[in-house]
Design a protein around this ligand. Sequence first.
Ligand SMILES: Nc1nc2c(ncn2[C@@H]2O[C@H](COP(=O)(O)OP(=O)(O)O[C@H]3O[C@H](CO)[C@@H](O)[C@H](O)[C@@H]3O)[C@@H](O)[C@H]2O)c(=O)[nH]1
Ligand SMILES: [Mg+2]
Length: 277
Amino acid sequence: MSGIHYSVVVPAYRENGNLRPLVTRIFGALSQAGSPVSPHEVEVIVVDDNSRDGSVETVDDLRREGYNVRIIVRTTERGLSSAVVRGFREAQGDNMLCMDADLQHPPEYVPAMLASMSPTKQFALGTRYAKGVAIDEGWPLYRRVISNGARLLALPLTSASDPMSGFFGIRKETFLKARNLNSDGFKIALDLLVKCNIPAKAIAEVPFSFGVRAEGESKLTGKVMIRYLEQLAELYWYRHSGLVIFLAIFLFVLFVFFAQTLLSWYGGFDDQSQGRY
Ligand SMILES: Nc1nc2c(ncn2[C@@H]2O[C@H](COP(=O)(O)OP(=O)(O)O[C@H]3O[C@H](CO)[C@@H](O)[C@H](O)[C@@H]3O)[C@@H](O)[C@H]2O)c(=O)[nH]1
Ligand SMILES: [Mg+2]
């Protein structure tokens, strides 16, 4: 039996400059005295979409230096969510964590995130909306507005405080139950929370301070935001189809009632006018 109980999956596109600090800091944090998880139980899987920027060589070097890290290079698929799903499918650990490569999810929180998963806590969620933590002040206002707007729109779907943080963990047994996952766009955590039907009591929230990107550029584009709105529409339907159908019938009945009332008013007025002239 493999001694790997934890897998850290890192979707990465053109992140070569960040991979060495990321991996060394993850294993550094796990090697600290008092870490609830041993570095020997952990593997890191980078899922790269053919960046051709030296990422493969960097991971090979790190592996030779003794870090348990490997890289999957996809050539026919692209996208953050589908990269995460691929990494989870290849993971050996029963406890799987997803984190960004750009150090916005500080590696020092990895031990706590991994340890927070258990048979009763099937989902770990790094949250930026808790007492004592902060989104880095360098984060631009427009990104805060987008983030809060996205969070508000997800409120009818989950009670989790920050389903958009991108820093989350899931137990393999629960992940394997997910059906019809939407792997488009950026928001795979929200999809998993809804489609695996994770109740509030099964979510371990871990507050973390969101950093600024260390190297390279963000890949969040207008297209990604539109995909998010499409995903929300699908999830609303998935979770609340009964309510949506009820509201549609209710609005239809209301419409018919008002239309009839208006028609009878209009008809009555017509009758009177006919009588008068
Ligand atoms: N393999 C792969 N990885 C990708 C792709 N697009 C982005 N990534 C990787 O996904 C991670 C997040 O992408 P960023 O480009 O850094 O996104 P962001 O704008 O900082 O958004 C992040 O913050 C949001 C919170 O506000 C998170 O919601 C979001 O998931 C993401 O973590 C990075 O490691 C990046 O390399 C892709 O097409 N393919
Ligand atoms: Mg980022």
